[in-house]
Design a protein around this ligand. Structure first.
Ligand code: CO8
Length: 257
């Protein structure tokens, strides 16, 4: 991969977006590489958790590539927008938790990549924002759809229409990120979360994420029905038998050998 560093160890895959001369901004090539790499990690039996971060100490991803967009017509923009949206769906629909390790600017498309991740952890210097309106644009990789679900409509309305950039602490206050840590602690914190997840049943994790995701599309009755079917289905898996037996036998469950 030209724009990504890929590292796999102890069940955790780390994808580092590396385009240092452009603050890790995403052109079509970077978008495609990220989609392919997340898909590969989803298919990789050795990987149970995925972390996405940016290289360097200044930027997670400073957005979609503005210089590339300056050259686009409406048709190009539709393709760029759709390809980016597909990338966010690959991340969001991953049955393996995807953690955003936000190490600096997460603006526009960069913020939107983090929104598609299941868990966001920020370093103290991280800055979040949807500044598209400053460019005469709107968020095009899911910002108008996912941000209100995460922080509420009123806050999303203000962030998107003002284009305000907010600190990691403010992002934490409004529930946009789960934790704020120093930059040196960032990757270890994400890996610690990843290790805790890896102790648990992979089917149960995947079904939990799926049920949470479906809660946005269903009435409470339909969502509960979806949940209880997923719950019951687990009882025919070896994983659930192992988890329940391990408790009764007073031993640690072994889900991943
Ligand atoms: N695209 C392209 N190049 C970028 C981008 C970007 N998003 N961000 C930074 N760069 C480049 C700069 O142009 C500069 O390059 P050069 O040295 O060749 O001039 C280099 O990175 C370093 O940047 P700065 O000198 O500006 O660094 P600063 O530390 O002064 O500032 C900032 C850092 C604050 C991050 C600043 O670069 C900035 O404001 N960047 C733009 C942020 C932004 O507006 N992002 C949103 C873009 S729009 C978007 O993401 C839409 C997503 C949906 C797409 C849907 C498709 C249809």
């Amino acid at each position: 991969m030209k724009y990504l560093f890929i590292e796999k160890s102890d069940g955790i895959g780390v994808i580092t977006i590396n385009r240092p001369d452009a603050m890790n901004a995403m052109n079509l090539d970077v978008v495609s590489e990220l989609s392919i790499t997340v898909s590969d990690m989803i298919a990789d039996k050795e990987i149970g958790v995925i972390i996405i971060t940016g290289s360097g100490e200044k930027a997670f991803v400073a957005g979609a590539d503005i210089k590339a967009m300056q050259q686009m017509n409406a048709e190009d923009a539709l393709e760029f927008g759709k390809t980016g949206q597909e990338m966010t769906l690959v991340i969001e629909n991953s049955p393996k938790p995807v953690i955003a390790a936000v190490n600096g600017f997460a603006l526009g498309g960069g913020c939107e990549i983090s929104l598609a991740c299941h868990i966001r952890v920020a370093s103290e210097n991280a800055i979040f924002g949807q500044p598209e309106v400053l460019l005469g644009l709107i968020p095009g990789w899911g910002g108008t759809q996912r941000l209100p679900k995460i922080v509420g409509t009123g806050i999303a309305n203000e962030l998107i229409t003002t284009g305000n950039q907010i600190s990691a602490q403010e992002a934490h206050r409004i529930g946009l990120v789960n934790h704020v840590v120093t930059q040196t602690e960032l990757m270890d914190t994400c890996k610690e979360i990843g290790k805790k997840i890896l102790n648990n049943g992979p089917n149960a994790i995947a079904k939990s994420l799926n049920c949470i995701h479906e809660s946005f599309n269903k009435s409470i009755e339909d969502g509960l029905e979806f949940e209880v079917k997923a719950f019951a289905n687990l009882f025919s898996t070896e994983e659930t038998k192992e988890g329940l037996s391990a408790f009764v036998e007073k031993r640690k469950a072994n889900f991943r050998s």
